[in-house]
Design a protein around this ligand. Structure first.
Ligand code: GCB
Length: 605
């Protein structure tokens, strides 16, 4: 019964514009540009390793779980929990770095906060979560109002009919237990940070509102703006929609169809967004009941004859991988200041590009990349050995992909949607990833599709890619750890020869090695900054000799927490492949990449 109460969120709707169902919970576009009340701050929590607040002693979902927030009425009452006298956790934030006893915790934590609200006539309210890892059940005033699976994408649930005049109690069960059939699966090389890791807000919209829009340049014609706007609400059909770009003297009107969708197309002479000139325009969307504003850049991205073309010009992507980890210390990054520091380092390194590994990062990152002129590879956590044969796993991955595309499809910085990372070749995996590629192209035909593949040896001193996915993607990503994994000493990497059977552009999506910042010695000694630097010197020389490489994103900007890295003294549960330490201090290799990128910049710009 309890499952039939779920409002499943926009996440389960098909995004195919024509078929789109709009009266269920939509995922709302541009939350940062809307009228919202922040629900961030300290929330009361209950740590519930046995899910006692959810299941009764017969292991049946309980009707009187912690979500009821019951209170003692008379001294003899037995209620074995109390949110109001227990610990608190900050939202947004992972729980692992907020409380020592949660450092390695995997399981359920219940969150509670109250807020006051006076609902108005003709207004609708949604509760919006930037992300909660991994599974969230959302209860408002004791009732289940939402449910979401997936730790890195936003979801919202309409609560218009569930709000009280005055005080309201919001309770969220967050569970980060790893599962074999989850996406990602049980085995990853990063910390399973649990909690409400991104901001929460209450969004107020008019009865009929602009739910979503997709406004981008047509990749085939650099002065045509194309897309659609999706209305939601009782007056969604035959509405007049106005789009204004005041700085470019644009004011165009469109009409919605029966489903509340307006197809948009107009020509405009717009200054292009680029890495050297990240021009953003104020774009205003108006319907009779609502006006919203966004900052949008206009550019085209294509691949042709082995080149990546930004606004028609070949470009070399000078990048680096980033985990969503705070710039100073551990824990999840989740705000604009974090994004500014992380992307500031990329700029300092002479970079123009980042690979956001291995899951969609918070929206501040892509918004900041838009402002700073940094191109972005964005990825779903289809990582290593997820269950490719399992149709539910596919549905989950496709949904996470859709939520990622939905949120960021107006960001000029995002040029690549990545399907997967280092997945083992098999027929089931090929079908899975091909279907995912088809799904993402249907959602967004303006960007390129990629995946991080692996290399194969092609005989003595020769390596190649050789993966059927080369046919499917637009840009081939490939990870290769010469000089770190395997037997080859770093200095020999520069002699390796690479071959490709494809004429598609290749990005070296990972390479590198680890070092403990401040640990110095001989370049043959592991964990020294000198060893890491030697790995880079030799790999960069190798890459200089690969004719088809059009981008690099070494692994990675900053040390990050990983349970797979226990070695005392050198790792202590940190993956040390950062060129910046966990505390934000640069290692030697940072400057080696910086110099190489300076050279690439001279060659390509
Ligand atoms: C990889 C993975 C990345 C790991 C990295 C490593 O190939 O894609 O997630 O963290 O290697 O450090 O081994």
């Amino acid at each position: 019964l309890i499952f039939s109460l779920f409002l499943l969120g926009g996440s389960f709707l098909t995004q195919n514009v024509t078929a789109r169902e709009v009266d269920s919970d939509p995922t709302i576009q541009n939350v940062m540009g809307r009228e919202t009340v922040s629900l961030d701050g300290q929330w009361g929590v209950i740590i519930d390793p046995y899910e006692t607040g959810y299941y009764d002693y017969r292991y049946q979902p309980s009707e009187n779980g912690y979500f009821k927030d019951q209170k003692v009425q008379k001294p003899s009452d037995l209620i074995e929990y109390n949110f109001d006298t227990g610990p608190t956790l900050n939202v947004p934030g992972d729980w692992n770095t907020q409380d020592d006893q949660l450092f390695l915790y995997e399981g359920t934590v219940w969150y509670k906060r109250t807020f006051n609200y006076l609902p108005n006539e003709n207004e609708r309210q949604f509760i919006y979560f930037g992300a909660a890892n991994y599974e969230a059940h959302v209860y408002l005033n004791g009732e289940l109002v939402g449910h979401h699976i997936g730790g890195f994408t936003p979801f919202n649930t309409e609560v218009t009919d569930h709000l009280n005049d005055g005080q309201n109690t919001l309770i969220v069960k967050v569970d980060n237990q790893r599962k074999r059939e989850a996406v990602p699966t049980v085995n990853t090389d990063w910390w399973n940070y649990g909690g409400i890791t991104r901001s929460v807000s209450l969004i107020t919209v008019p009865d009929t509102f602009i739910e979503d829009y997709f406004i981008q340049l047509d990749p085939e014609s650099s002065n045509t703006v194309k897309g659609w706007v999706q209305m939601n609400g009782s007056n969604r059909a035959n509405q007049t929609l106005t789009i204004k770009i005041p700085e470019a003297n644009i004011e165009k009107q469109f009409r919605t169809d029966e489903m509340g969708i307006a197809e948009v197309e107009f020509t405009a002479d717009l200054e292009k967004w680029s890495t050297r000139n990240p021009k953003l325009y104020d774009v205003i969307l108006e319907i009779p009941e609502e006006t919203i504003e966004d900052q949008i850049g206009f550019r085209t991205i294509r691949q042709k004859d082995g080149e990546i073309l930004l606004n028609g010009e070949p470009i070399f992507l000078r990048g680096i991988c980033i985990h969503e980890s705070r710039p100073f210390g551990g824990g999840r990054a989740n705000n604009s200041a974090d994004a500014e520091v992380l992307l500031g380092w990329v700029k300092e390194m002479n970079g123009n590009y980042v690979r956001l590994a291995h899951y969609p990062h918070n929206e501040h990152m892509v918004r900041m990349a838009d402002k700073m002129g940094i191109l972005v590879w964005s990825e779903v956590p289809v990582y290593w050995t997820i269950q490719f044969e399992n149709p539910e796993v596919y549905a989950n991955a496709e949904r996470q992909m859709r939520e990622m595309v939905d949120r960021d499809h107006n960001r000029a910085s995002v040029i690549l949607w990545s399907l997967a990372n280092e997945t083992p070749r098999s027929e089931a995996r090929f079908t899975f990833l091909s279907n995912l590629a088809e799904a993402v192209r249907e959602l967004d035909s303006t960007r390129l599709v990629t995946a991080a593949l692996e290399t194969q040896s092609r005989g003595e001193g020769v390596i190649g890619i050789h993966d059927p996915m080369e046919e499917v993607v637009d840009v081939i990503g490939v990870n290769s750890y010469c000089g770190w994994y395997g037997n080859m000493p770093p200095e020999q990497c520069s002699d390796l020869r690479w071959e490709s059977d494809s004429n598609k552009p290749v990005i070296l999506s990972e390479f590198g090695g680890g070092a403990l910042q401040g640990y110095h010695g001989d370049e043959n000694e592991r964990w020294t900054e000198e060893f890491q630097d030697a790995v880079y010197e030799s790999n960069l020389e190798m890459i200089d000799n690969i004719s088809f490489v059009r981008g690099t994103s070494p692994w990675l900007l900053k040390d990050f927490r990983s349970p797979r890295r226990p070695l005392p003294r050198f790792q202590d549960f940190w993956n040390r492949k950062g060129v910046i330490s966990d505390e934000g201090l640069k290692k030697k290799a940072f400057f080696t990449i910086q110099d190489w990128y300076e050279k690439k910049k001279q060659e390509w710009e």
